[in-house]
Write a protein that binds this ligand. Sequence first.
Ligand SMILES: [Zn+2]
Length: 106
Amino acid sequence: MNNDSKPTINSGIQTKYTFFCHHCESISKVYVENWVKNNEGPYKIELIQHEGNAAIIVGEININKKPDGELVKFHYCGDCGQMIQPPVDADYITIMGCYNPFTSKN
Ligand SMILES: [Zn+2]
């Protein structure tokens, strides 16, 4: 039996991390600007989506060759455009039950 129906994302890097936007209060699309310190712009943008709680890099936009220097990453919510926190461990969110979009705020 070969039930291998899931498409393989060749360039996708499976992570165990989750990006959470506190503005939208949701886990959604994220884009990550990759900068090198003291440069004028990002050299690469990573596009991230979530499968369950796991962040997956679904695409990369290469702008320039990576310059030498210290890498700095900025994470932005793909929905509201706000800068968001660095990713948290997906297991941590699962264990803590932090992610519940239906939680009442009262
Ligand atoms: Zn957001």
